[in-house]
Design a protein around this ligand. Structure first.
Ligand SMILES: [Zn+2]
Length: 336
């Protein structure tokens, strides 16, 4: 083939390819098409140079070198131009913030539960979990809650279709299982989900979390209960928090004792959070009822014990500044 014709063809084709590549940005492939050592169109023509006649060598040697340089430079220039246009393109907004960090984090409830578990493990407690679908026996009867007790009311409890089976209404059901299945000395804490027949709103949810503790041994008294609660609340809130104990009735325990902390929002002067009382109730506790021990197979003449339970949701919401309980269980991360 006529050399001039081939040169013209390569030039024509190259210009056409360059035009198209300016739209796609695939300059690396364009470079290979013309300058790959084994199959590049321009490279192959240059390789044939030694076979040319002396006259053609003189004529086409410098010309082909020029073409090679011009083409390489054209690719390089077009590439830079393309990249600059990409950066300046209105489709790319350099002022947009970075993509959010997608690294996982612990749910605030998990965070608090682990902190509490660490505290109680340090004092020799075991951490136990048990079923959320419970029988009436373990959720009520063994805890001294007879059939006609208001806490067993249909309005509060979510029953399943099977008779005498329900979604546990408190973590005390785990206490009943532990007292039934283990022999004293017993020192156990148990975090978990509980269920109530509630209409969801800002501060109520049909499921929430409780943290329960139980201790049974020879010679356990109210003094042990008070010391445990006091040390725990100081760990949870602050060493200089004000704590108040007062008598409260809970059917599972006798006597029952409520624990309040001085309102941290108003310093005890009264505010909306503490409902102008200056105190916030944080947990319920008491000495385990004689009947409960007996029903669970522990001799109440030899052993005594105490138990306490607290809701975790309000505590977590306060600590993490979450105003709505539904946000706590929603998919969005509204907490830091
Ligand atoms: Zn207050």
């Amino acid at each position: 083939m006529d050399i001039q014709k081939r040169v013209d063809e390569i030039n024509l084709q190259f210009n056409d390819n360059l035009k198209k590549t300016k739209l796609t940005g695939d300059f690396d492939n364009l470079y290979l098409k013309y300058f790959s050592k084994s199959s590049g169109a321009t490279t192959l023509l240059l390789k044939e140079l030694p076979k040319f006649s002396e006259e053609d060598k003189k004529k086409y040697g410098p010309l082909l070198n020029d073409i090679q340089n011009t083409q390489k430079e054209a690719i390089e220039q077009a590439k830079i131009l393309y990249q600059t246009e990409q950066i300046l393109s209105p489709l790319i907004d350099l002022t947009l913030p970075e993509k959010p960090d997608e690294t996982g984090m612990l749910h605030p409830l998990t965070h608090i539960i682990r902190e509490m578990n660490d505290f109680f493990r340090y004092y020799g407690f075991s951490v136990a979990e048990d079923r959320e679908i419970e029988t009436v026996e373990y959720n009520f009867r063994k805890l001294n809650l007879p059939e006609d007790h208001p806490a067993t009311d249909l309005q509060d409890t979510l029953f399943v279709k099977q008779p005498n089976v329900l979604l546990r209404t408190h973590t005390s059901s785990v206490e009943a299982r532990i007292l039934t299945n283990y022999k004293p000395p017993i020192r156990v804490v148990t975090p978990g989900k509980v269920y109530r027949n509630e209409t969801a709103n800002k501060s109520n949810s049909s499921f929430f979390h409780q943290y329960q503790g139980v201790v049974v041994d020879k010679g356990i008294t109210m003094q042990n209960l008070k010391a445990t609660i006091e040390t725990f609340l100081k760990f949870l809130y602050n060493t200089d928090i004000k704590i108040r104990f007062r008598y409260k009735y809970y059917p599972e325990v006798s006597p029952g004792m409520g624990a309040d902390i001085g309102c941290t929002f108003c310093g005890g002067n009264g505010c909306e959070v503490c409902r102008y009382r200056g105190w916030i109730e944080v947990l319920g506790s008491g000495m385990i009822n004689y009947n409960t021990l007996k029903m669970c197979g522990i001799d109440p003449e030899i052993y005594t014990g105490f138990a306490w339970g607290m809701g975790l949701d309000r505590l977590v919401m306060t600590k993490f500044g979450i105003p709505d309980i539904r946000k706590l269980y929603g998919g969005g991360m509204v907490y830091k």
